[in-house]
Write a protein that binds this ligand. Structure first.
Ligand code: AMP
Ligand code: ZN
Length: 125
């Protein structure tokens, strides 16, 4: 498995490997600072992940370190929603964060979900 250097630290991260082109992804949008690709296990007819190309583990770290880049991610997610035709009917944007948030991949990502009614925001505990 390849190790990448992220912020000067040797690291290994699934989404960094997608950015590096080491793992294939169904890319729908790319900017200088962001990448958007379809979720491999979609939870809705449209399910796209939007990430900064730079590695930050979650939305807290990203926003504290680089609010401008956090804005780029939001703008990219909104552009994806627009391109997928989601805003008229409505859609959902989610940043799962940490253990209680159910985060599984620790490279910050926005989920853009839509294309059908999405049900309750949170399932009962
Ligand atoms: P989270 O639980 O918020 O960390 O979400 C991680 C998401 O990454 C899940 O919805 C997975 O289905 C998705 N995922 C995992 N591996 C890949 C991959 N190789 N390509 C695209 N999506 C992936
Ligand atoms: Zn990463």
């Amino acid at each position: 498995m390849t190790c990448l250097t992220i912020h000067g630290v040797t690291n290994d991260c699934l989404f960094c490997r997608i950015v590096a082109g080491e793992i294939p992804a169904d890319v729908v949008r790319e900017t200088d600072s962001t990448l958007a690709f379809r979720d491999i296990r979609p939870k809705a007819p449209v399910h796209v992940l939007v990430i900064p190309k730079a590695h930050y583990q979650d939305v807290d770290d990203l926003t504290a370190a680089d609010p401008g880049l956090a804005g780029d991610v939001l703008a990219a997610a909104a552009a994806v929603a627009q391109a997928e035709g989601l805003p008229t009917a409505g859609y959902r944007m989610i940043f799962n964060t940490g253990g209680y948030g159910g985060q599984e991949v620790f490279h910050v990502h926005a989920h853009v979900l839509g294309g059908a009614p999405l049900g309750p925001m949170v399932s009962p505990a």
